[in-house]
Design a binder for this molecule. Sequence first.
Ligand code: NAI
Ligand code: MG
Length: 480
Amino acid sequence: MQKLLIGNTWVEAQAGRSFETRNPATGELLCRVAEGDAADIDLAVRAARKAFEGPWRTFKPNQRQNLLLKLADLVEENYEALCVLDTLDMGVPMRRTLGNRHRVVNTIRYYAGQAMSIHGETIENSLEGEYFTCALKEPVGVVGAIIPWNSPLYQTLKKIAVCAATGCTLVLKPSEEAPLTPLRLAELCLEAGFPPGVLNVVTGFGATAGAHLAAHPDVDKVAFTGSHFTGQKIIQASTGNVKRLSIELGGKSPNIIFADADLDKAVPGAAMAVFNNAGQICCAGTRMYVERSIYDEFVARVARFGNSLRVGNGLDPDTEMGPLVSEKQLERVTGYLKRGQEEGANAASGGGRLTEGAYAKGFFVAPTVFSQVSDDMTIAREEIFGPVISALPFDEIDDVVQRANDTIFGLGGGVWTRDVGKAHKVARRIRAGTVWVNAYNVLDPAVPFGGYKMSGYGREGGMHHVDEFLQTKALIVNTD
Ligand code: NAI
Ligand code: MG
């Protein structure tokens, strides 16, 4: 059984309970994992507080940087094994995660750099008398991170890296659907030399462990990634001690294809903006707006691309799309597929679960492109989190911009055109945290990522991210 990490010791849950984690490609039991709840969160928060008030405080920026550089080396050495764990636990194709090696390792090294770049400012004041005034930057304190299952390796690393860079301490609550990679990463952190209490990992369920962490009076900040329903609960739970928050929620992102785009690039680009990770991506470009003159041809090509994808067990190096994470998610997604057809959309590709042969035991859904979609259909409004594209025709810029923005979300968006002026104009008008031009889902650790509207607030990546884990302290010294 996998245990909890509290103060650098691996322990069972106080209540002695555990839960199963399964392989979504085969339905097989992988192992049991300790089921932490409120009592374990309390111990983890205490360990994190002790570390924050104690030895971790005395770590110099270069020492924190060295820890992160060591961790980056370890992650690089163990990268393939970490990818295998992600695939076993939540189904992502190895082909995808192995391709992200450079970005994942670079992310840790980026934050290692940030550890030695934290600085405040001196301020000229107009006070009567002699005063020195400055603004200092200090770590926020004990951070609770609650993460989803769609990208366990990357999500965990980002939280660990920003906390170590800024001098915060961390209690991590992984998703109950994919706890294995976070636990392995915690082992690597110990190997890198993280002192006791700097990283604590409490596996368990959202309603118990997660909710207690979110409401904990001794947690200074919560960084949450997940659904907007849970995000709203996290915000409510934060009010008890007025916690700081970073909230990264879902999306229903528009991907706009103009007739003058390079279609040979836009077809795979628009398809993989959703089919990547079987659509389990928060910024997936699920509302595909296509200029009417190319609508039929483009939709047919994206559907063909979807049909040609090799769907299967993510451990197979040829697999391009894996299963959904769980039976629950399978039910959600197939429910939307049914709803789409009932509301009058046409499945140009896919449209249902895959059940033949090796698919029978896993949670596989065919890459689906819906045509004849209108903006008011459920499939065009709600986040499905599966391999489902809704294709909508448009006639001109004002119309498509207005429709693209007619959503509660604002996480991502795409524009495909050869006209650089049009690209800039449309990109500026999309109300979303990230807009890609002639690309999609491209991420870099130095570039901010986050949401407008109900996709949340706060940014991951770049100096904005670092700043969210820092407090600002004014210091006013009478020098007379
Ligand atoms: P979720 O929001 O329920 O879970 C995310 C994390 O929050 C998990 O660690 C979970 O244990 C925890 N959690 C759940 N309830 C909690 C509570 N009351 N207090 C504190 N923590 C809590 O997301 P779930 O069920 O995994 O997926 C449901 C839907 O959410 C997906 O179908 C998708 O639409 C969306 N989603 C969006 C993600 C994103 O990256 N934006 C990631 C995962 C899911
Ligand atoms: Mg699992």
